[in-house]
Design a protein around this ligand. Structure first.
Ligand code: HEM
Length: 529
């Protein structure tokens, strides 16, 4: 036991009695001047902050990043220059859709948010356990998330809403082949990979820019759980992933990920059959091989979960010199959204909290990643000023210009969409058993949707793989649950079902409508997508 200090108020005055409020006589009402009570209760009344609008359930740990080799040829980011350099890191893992108290073992991408506390500021890579995302334009993100969250009417999760959206947005196809693969459910964060997903730009000191994709490869053998085991665990130990991470670190088993990058010269983009700024696409590794950059090692649990994990404010906008944003339409939207939500979720001064504050190294040879907090000083808080010699001074800008963009203001989709080639390739790359588990899991969810959504979803799957579509139909026909299919026409008629999805549509306007949007309305509202 450590030294037992005297109990004080937040302002340092001694507290003599913390169990009895100050009253008028032993049986009278309380006195408003009981400032100890007021402070204690007011603090309690405000001790929660809103949960993250997505990725609410999470946990995290601190550690250190060891650079293997200088990346100076591609970026002038200081923390990627000198292989002797160590950088303090924080990683927060999360599920996406569930609320703060939800189970760890759900089918969902896992959040993989990495913060590098570099001596040029915090650099955040706010990534996922999958290399791609569902959609490619930030404008659709609120719609996408609303479709995945519980129904606003019943507050119950509803696969019908989920698959309604997927089936109308064929760009989701590739991500579905990750989500419904075995990788869709994990119970141990140290046994899954992480990815930056969006495309970033690295800029070297000569001003040359490259596109870059991030991979964080776990150093343990990957581990996944099937949906039956996942349901059991969700009841038995809903915090299993957080608990395992905590325990591993507490018991001295560090968690490691190798940081690798794929690098592309932007001049190569035009010749590719996909758009490298489309986050529904991966880059072929034979053409853009993984380059090993360093190792991330998590070895320290937080000392205060609320202050260091709940109040941690990761943001794709947090970049450092030598790293820039690409024109990836998702990344562009994310640049605004995170800081915006954090001003509300954590409070306007969120950047000044210790976990979010940038730190400067004690010296450049830190062997243990130790750092000092940077606290701004001085009483001249305006510029230009003569009273403090115009300090602090603006940094010297990097040489050269920013990127050059020209064009009219438009709302338009990207040109090279190709929603299915990579989805098909991903499905074909899985073993027979995993393909079968994918079909079973999809059928389990699709057994709960109305017929028009089902038909459109089957059409989407048919475009990924005829085999997958047939396997899903087979599971549905064998009546895995009480299915909308059983109540309606036989599934063989599925191919005759009209579609509301313009990209998928091969049929005339349908007769049966799904509750909600008609084909005509869909075409009107989404025209030009
Ligand atoms: C336009 C698209 C997106 C928007 C608008 C968006 C928005 C948000 C918001 C508002 C949060 C909550 C942040 C907080 O309260 O601190 C969040 C968290 C998160 N998002 Fe996104 N997101 C988008 C796409 C993505 C993508 C593509 C990825 C993966 C590459 C991703 C990964 C994450 C992660 C990992 C977190 C949790 C961060 C943490 O642990 O604190 N998001 N997102």
């Amino acid at each position: 036991m450590g030294k037992c200090e005297k109990l004080t108020t937040g302002f340092g005055a001694p507290v003599y009695n913390t169990a009895n409020s100050l009253t008028v006589g032993p049986n009278g009402p309380m006195l408003f001047e009981d400032v100890d009570f007021v402070e204690k209760m007011a603090h309690f009344d405000r001790e929660r902050i809103p949960e993250r609008v997505v990725h609410a359930k999470g946990c995290g740990a601190f550690g250190v990043f060891h650079l293997y080799q200088s990346m100076e040829a591609y970026t002038c980011a200081d923390f990627l220059k000198n292989p002797a350099q160590r950088t303090k890191i924080l990683i927060r893992f999360s599920t996406v859709i569930g609320n703060r108290g939800s189970a760890d073992t759900v089918r969902d991408p896992r959040g993989f948010a990495v913060r590098f506390y570099t001596c040029e500021g915090n650099y955040d890579v706010v990534g996922l356990s999958f290399p791609v995302f569902f959609i490619r334009d930030a404008m659709s993100f609120p719609d996408f998330i609303h479709s995945q969250k519980p129904s606003p009417k019943s507050n119950l999760p509803d696969p019908q809403r989920v698959w309604d959206f997927y089936s109308l947005m064929p760009e989701c196809a590739h991500q579905l082949t990750w989500l419904y693969s075995d990788r869709g459910i994990v119970k141990n964060f140290r046994k899954m990979d992480g990815f930056g997903v969006n495309t970033f730009v690295w800029r070297n000191k000569e001003g040359k820019r490259h596109f870059v994709k991030y991979h964080f490869l776990c150093q343990d053998e990957k581990e996944v759980v099937d949906r039956f085991e996942a349901s059991r665990l969700a009841g038995e130990d809903p915090d299993i992933a957080a608990r395992t991470l905590w325990k591993d670190i507490e018991e001295g088993r560090p968690v490691k990920y190798e940081f690798c990058v794929q690098i592309m010269d932007p001049d190569e983009a035009a010749a590719l059959d996909f758009d490298p700024l489309d986050d529904t696409k991966t880059w072929p590794e034979d053409r853009f091989p993984l380059i090993k950059v360093g190792m991330l090692i998590l070895n320290k649990n937080p000392e205060n979960f609320f202050a260091q994990i709940e109040q941690a404010a990761f943001a794709p906008a947090n970049i450092v010199p030598g790293i820039e944003f690409s024109a990836d339409k998702m990344l562009q939207g994310r640049i605004f959204s995170y800081r915006d939500t954090q001003r509300y979720r954590v409070g306007t001064n969120y950047a000044q909290l210790p976990v979010n504050r940038p730190i400067v190294p004690v010296n450049n040879n830190m062997s243990d990643g130790s750092m000092n907090c940077f606290v701004p000083t001085g009483d001249v808080n305006y510029k230009p000023n003569s009273l403090d010699n115009n300090c602090p001074r603006e940094a010297v800008p990097l040489m050269g210009h920013g990127p050059c963009y020209t064009g009219y203001a438009v709302r338009s989709p990207i040109e090279k969409t190709d929603d299915f080639s990579q989805a098909t390739a991903r499905y074909m790359s899985l073993g027979k058993e995993e393909q079968d588990r994918m079909a079973e899991a999809m059928a389990n969810d699709l057994s709960k949707v109305c017929r028009p959504v089902l038909m459109r979803s089957l059409e989407l799957l048919e475009n990924i793989s005829h085999e997958l579509c047939m396997a899903v139909k087979k599971y549905l026909q064998n009546g895995m649950q009480e299915s909308s299919v059983n109540a309606a026409a036989p599934l063989e008629q599925a191919s005759a079902a009209p579609s509301t999805s313009p990209q998928l549509s091969r049929q005339p306007a349908r007769r049966r409508q799904c509750p909600g949007m008609t084909r005509e309305r869909y075409m009107r509202e989404f025209k030009g997508r």
